[in-house]
Design a protein around this ligand. Sequence first.
Ligand code: HEC
Length: 433
Amino acid sequence: MRPYLGSFLVGLGLLGGCGGAADDGDDVTDEITYFQHVKPLVDAKCVGCHSDTGIAPFSLTTYDELDEMAGVALINVENKTMPPWPPNPDCNDYFSDRSMTDAQIDLFKAWVDGGRVMGDPTAEAAPLITEQTRMSRVDVTLAMPTAYTPQTTTDNPDDYRCFVVPWTEATTKYVTGFRALPGNPKVVHHVIAFLAAPGEVATYNQLDADEAGAGYTCFGGTGGPSRTWLGAWAPGSLGSDMPTNTGLRVEAGSAIVLQVHYNVLTAGVQPDLTRVELKLDDTVDKVAIIQPWTNPNWLDSQVMHIPAGAADVMHSFEYDASRLIGGPFTIWSAGLHMHTLGANAKASIVRADGSNECLMQIDDWNFHWQGNYGLRQPPVFNPGDKLRVECHFDNSPSNQPIIGGQPRVPTDVYWGEGTTDEMCLGTFYLTPL
Ligand code: HEC
């Protein structure tokens, strides 16, 4: 007898109108089966990544595939490492939330513990309705001109390379969707697509021409005048449409500078050919910008000190961002970026009255799952408010990156672009009011 099953299934709405009243415990509706209950859940919450074309290393599209992985899948589902969804749910509400509710986790557990019953394949339950999580359309694909093999040394496993990609649209366009596809994710640490305005293109072509091979070295930024981002990729970012009727403006005659940060620490030297897919529109209601947010003092001095061995080091920065934007603005999405010593982080608005409005909070930082999270209720930032980022780092022996198979001996760490340096950065997609 498993009387509780009937009632929580009704709670989930999975049993529809049949209810649990007449259920004596031997009825088939008592049984949680793959085809009647678990498949719709796994299709909605796992298969986006766990399929032949997805980013996960194995597929979960059939009974046999799930059956084989069921034990380890349950561990990951119960400790909430799968599906990956780092934001703290109490901070804000986001689009395309991948996480599973407690009831869904209980259902999955009951199926695994109950012997992984297959059920009737001819009476498969209806799919769960999920939000679109990918870009809805690809209008242009921009690729590095040729494959590139990172140039690194044993002392320096990082290579920052910029590739100038011509922009061939003949009229002004708005980028309304962005997705980067690292050619070789084993060596690509991040990708930032910068926009070079028409008047800046010659500078970038010269930088490219001055150095042998594809692209040129560009530690830090683009090595030229552009500070404008079109989009970025870090491990875990999947790409998406921009918020409805907003987009990033690109003039005819521009160029895209793709900054690819290679790190060969774990995988060794391997070639890469990274691409970026864009959705384009001719008009939008609101022109957006992507605003990286950090303390400028951290960048060029050893101010952001994370002492060797310290288990909780906090660095924070807050400033009235409307001075930079030139007035009030709407924040549509928020993301956070740290490297491997990151422990937890938060981005928020400190209102003029002192109250704090959480935009994005990650309690258990995972370097491999970074992204930008679209806010269901985009807040307006007013002059007098402050935009705040707060990062906590753990530089104790138990939280060190593995280098050459061994955890690194804790050492003093500062701001830097290298994988073993640290950063504390918020990124915000915003439109001026
Ligand atoms: C957003 C993409 C994504 C989604 C959604 C997702 N996974 Fe994964 N999963 C991955 C990736 C990538 C890996 C391999 C790297 C890693 O472990 O992070 C992985 C690894 C795993 C592993 C192996 C972990 C280990 O300990 O070796 C299991 C089991 C798993 N996923 C189960 C699931 C289940 C079950 C779901 C749905 C409830 C799910 N995943 C949803 C991307 C995803």
